[in-house]
Ligand binder design. Sequence first.
Ligand SMILES: Cc1cc2nc3c(=O)[nH]c(=O)nc-3n(C[C@H](O)[C@H](O)[C@H](O)COP(=O)(O)OP(=O)(O)OC[C@H]3O[C@@H](n4cnc5c(N)ncnc54)[C@H](O)[C@@H]3O)c2cc1C
Length: 449
Amino acid sequence: MNRRELLRTAAAGGLAAALGTRASSQAQGEDSSPEELIWTRKVPVRWETDVAVIGGGIAGVTAAAAAARSGARVLLVERFAVTGGMLTVGGVANFCGEMTGQGEVFDEILAGLRAWNAIGHERPSVFHYETLAVVLQELLLKRNVKLLLHTRFVDAREEKGRITEILVCGKSGPEAVRARQFIDCSGEADLARAVGFATLKGRPEDGMQLPMSMIYFVRHVDGEAQGPRLPEGWFHPVRREDDLPMTSVWPDGPGGNAIKIKIPLFDATDTEGITAAEIQGRRRMWEVMDYHQQVEKKPWLLDHCSPHIGTREGARIVGDYVLSVNDVRAGRAFDDGIARGTFYLDGHKPDDDKRTYILPEDELEVPPYQIPLRSLIARDGKNLLMAGRCFSCDQLALSSARVSTTGAMMGQAAGIAAALAVEKGCDAHDLEGAAVREIVEARSARLEV
Ligand SMILES: Cc1cc2nc3c(=O)[nH]c(=O)nc-3n(C[C@H](O)[C@H](O)[C@H](O)COP(=O)(O)OP(=O)(O)OC[C@H]3O[C@@H](n4cnc5c(N)ncnc54)[C@H](O)[C@@H]3O)c2cc1C
C-alpha cells in the first residue's frame, strides 16, 4: 500500500486497521470491553491526601505546586519516569505564548531553567528538556508534593458525583488514593472518562482529533561517519519533497537539530489508536530521515526519538462552561477569568499530513482572551477540576489554549481552586470565581485582555 492509498484508507477511518490495528473504536461504533471479564480484588488505600493530581505535564505540575503553596497536602500521579509530559517525553522543549505573567509557579520553572543555563540559547523559548525534568521534580519536592512516578491512574470510585478514591498501579501493584479534590491533568481526561463524566473529543462531525507529530533529534557528523540508516526494502522511502509530511526543523544545541513530522488520523484516547500512532510515527521518522540523508545529503545521524508521540488533543472534559472559538476570537473576558491565552489558533487539519489548517491562514491570529474558572470545573462532578489539554473547550479554542504557557496558568488556577475548596469544605462548583481570581493575581498571573 503506498502513502496515498494509506492516507485514503485512513480518511475512511481505517489507517490503524491498515497497520493491523484500529484508529478509533468510537469512530467505528465498536465496544471492545468484554463486560463479562470482571474480577474483584481487595485494594489497600495507601495514601490519603487533600488534593490528588493525575498527570505530571506542565498543567499537573503547576496545579500540584500551586495547591501545595496554598497549604494543601498534595499527591501527584505520573505514569512515566519523569514529569513534564509533552514538554519532556514528547520532545516539545519549547514554550509558546507569553512567558511573563503566567504565575509564580511558571516564574519559578523559568528561573530554574535559567539557573541551569538550560534555556534561550537558540531562541528565547527553547529549553533543554532533560533539565526541565529535573527542575520540575525538584520544584514539586521542595513544596512537599508527594510524587508517584511509574504510577498509572487506572480507575476511580464515584458516588453521586463525588469521587472518593482513585485506583493507581505502580510497581507495588494496584493501590488506592483517597482525596477530597481531584484534578485531571492527564490530557486524555482519563479520570473523567473512567467515572463516565461527559467529555468531548475531536471535531464535532466525526470526532477526529488534532493531528499528532513525532519529534526526533539528529546530530551532525563528519563525512562518512557510520550510524544507522534505513535499509533497502524497509518502509516507503521518500524521494520527492512533495511526498514529505509537514516537517519542521529547528536547532537543538551544538551540532544538532530537532525535527517534527506530522502524523494525522490517530486517536490518543484509544489503546490501539495510540499504539498505531507510535508505530506509524517511527516508520515515518525513518522515511524522512532517509530523505534527508539520501536526497538532501545532510550529514545527520539519528540521535534519539521522543519516547512518546506528540499529542495535541486527547479528550476534553465538559465543564460548567465550554470555552468556544468565538470567545477566543472576541478576546472575551469573564467575571471568573483565571487564566489568559494569547497564542494563535494553531488548529492543524486533522485529516491531512501537510501544513494545512482548519481555518484560512488569515483567520488564525486572536487577541488575548480569558479562560473562566468554570471551564476548569467538571460539570458532572462535585470535586473534579481539570487543566491543560483536557480543560472544557471546543477543538479550535484548544488549538490556541493547549500551549504550555497557558497550560501553566490553568494549572496554577486549578491548584489554587482545589486547595480553596478543601479549606472551605465546599464543592468546586460553589467556589466564588472572584475569590480564586484574587489569589491567582496575587501569585503573579496577568489576566488583562
Ligand atoms: C507536536 C507538538 C508540538 C508542540 N509545540 C509546542 C510549542 O512549541 N510550545 C508550546 O508551548 N506548546 C507546544 N505544544 C503544546 C504543549 O506542549 C502541550 O499541549 C502541553 O505541554 C500539554 O500539557 P498538559 O500538561 O496539558 O498535558 P501533557 O503534557 O500531555 O501531560 C499529561 C501528563 O499526564 C500523564 N498521564 C496521562 N495519562 C495518565 C495516567 N492514566 N496515569 C498517570 N499519568 C498519566 C502523562 O504521562 C503526562 O505526563 C506542542 C504539542 C505538540 C503535540
